[in-house]
Design a protein around this ligand. Structure first.
Ligand SMILES: NC(=O)c1ccc[n+]([C@@H]2O[C@H](COP(=O)([O-])OP(=O)(O)OC[C@H]3O[C@@H](n4cnc5c(N)ncnc54)[C@H](O)[C@@H]3O)[C@@H](O)[C@H]2O)c1
Ligand SMILES: O=C(O)C(=O)C[C@]1(C(=O)O)C=C[C@@H](O)C=C1
Length: 363
């Protein structure tokens, strides 16, 4: 029997618990300081057992997942150090930054207790156990940052366990992780928040900004709704990397300013073409890094039956729809539906079918 203890049964900890729970030979214990949370985890069936005693959970565990906000990781590791952990116990975390926690763990761990940094590259703007899902990590990358001294069989043991997440494991150095993830995750969160706040300030003077905000604004700003305390910790922790990235970002914006000042149409076109090409080459369907890529937009009359009609047309042709969203861009006039598909073939077939039924479709 492998006993897994999870500290912080929120979005990520809860999703891991759901991946492990019920698998042969695995028992999952969740920990929270709050008795009401402990009851909730068990009632919702996220864990086998839950406790408010950190010591009890830690000392029973073969593998410990620390899934708390980044700013608390080091104090959790220090606390774990106080307990009589099982020999061979593996401690891992899921924090969005890796260099500082790996450095702290190196100082703390005793003999026959192993720390391996971890970071599943999947998540959501939502938080808490209510948002947890056993599918969250499917096809996403899951970074591990073992130290050169970590015995290979220990790393293999963790990798074998993580197979239950259906994620792809990738190993890298913790500092390299923070450089890359700073660029592809932390910087975009800063940009999304700054952009939303810029528009929010305009909107204070004229509420039409919010009303007209349509698909483009929603697409680029979803992550601005992420949990503030989680992101406060991540940004502060990775601040040196972010300050460098933001200086480069200023350079990108300056280039756009110059192109606009110079009326450099070819330059602007080139920027879009190059960006579009790179984005097209992003790994397809890597859940968590990028969600459905194959979207089409349908103008729809403002009546309730239309969504059902479109869904049954697609279903009738066995075209798999992976998501449907009403874009509330206009009041009292026809709206726009965004339909998302898993592959190019499905989106093309859907466009053809809907046009044949006189819908106005934009791919
Ligand atoms: N949200 C994402 O998309 C994402 C993706 C990958 C990794 N991560 C990392 O996973 C970790 C957990 O993030 P999450 O999104 O699951 O957050 P969450 O808010 O959903 O869960 C955090 C958990 O930590 C617990 N916790 C314990 N002490 C706390 C305290 N003092 N303040 C707040 N929470 C406390 C909470 O009860 C909760 O169970 C973070 O280190 C984060 O960087 C997040
Ligand atoms: O999809 C989202 O909402 C996310 O923010 C997920 C995301 C990301 O930026 O890609 C966020 C933080 C993580 O540490 C890993 C993944």
């Amino acid at each position: 029997m492998t006993t897994i203890a999870i500290f912080g049964v929120g979005l990520i900890g809860g999703s891991l618990a759901l991946c492990f729970k019920g698998k042969p030979g695995i028992r999952v214990i969740g920990h929270s300081n709050r008795p009401e949370s402990v009851d909730k985890y068990v009632k919702r069936g996220v864990v086998d057992d839950a406790t408010t005693s950190m010591q009890e959970a830690a000392e029973a565990a073969d593998v410990i997942f620390v899934c708390v906000p980044v700013g608390l990781l080091e104090s959790y590791l220090a606390q774990l150090q106080q307990y009589k952990l099982k020999p061979g116990c593996i401690i891992t975390d899921v924090g969005s930054t890796k260099a500082s926690v790996v450095a702290a763990a190196g100082k703390l761990m005793g003999s026959d207790i192993y720390f391996i940094g971890g970071h599943p590259m999947a998540g959501s703007e939502r938080s808490g156990v209510e948002a947890a899902s056993s599918h969250l990590f499917e096809n996403a990358y899951y970074v591990l940052t073992p130290q050169p001294g970590t015995p290979p069989e220990i790393v293999q043991k963790l990798e074998a366990l993580l197979k239950h997440t259906k994620a792809h494991i990738v190993k890298m150095d913790s500092r390299q992780h923070d450089d890359i993830v700073g660029a592809i995750s932390h910087l975009p969160h800063v940009i999304a928040v700054a952009l939303v706040n810029q528009i929010r300030r305009y909107n204070d003077g004229n509420a039409m900004y919010q009303q007209l905000a349509a698909g483009g604004f929603r697409d680029i700003t979803r992550i601005a709704s992420s949990e503030p305390t989680i992101w406060r910790d991540i940004l502060i922790n990775n601040r040196d990397v972010l300050l460098r990235l933001l200086a480069d970002w200023n350079g990108e914006i300056e280039r756009f300013i110059s192109m606009l000042q110079d009326g450099d149409a070819a330059g602007i076109e080139r920027e879009f073409a190059e960006a579009g090409q790179f984005r097209k080459e992003l790994p397809e369907r890597r859940k968590g890094i990028i969600t459905p890529l194959y979207d089409l937009y349908v103008d729809v009359p403002d009546h309730p039956g239309v969504i059902g009609h479109i869904a049954s047309l697609l279903g009738g042709e066995r075209i798999n729809l992976s998501n449907i969203q009403i874009i509330e861009s206009r009041e009292d006039v026809p709206g726009v539906l965004r339909l998302s598909f898993r592959n190019e073939r499905d989106v093309d077939m859907a466009a053809q079918l809907l046009r044949a039924h006189h819908y106005a479709v934009n791919v």
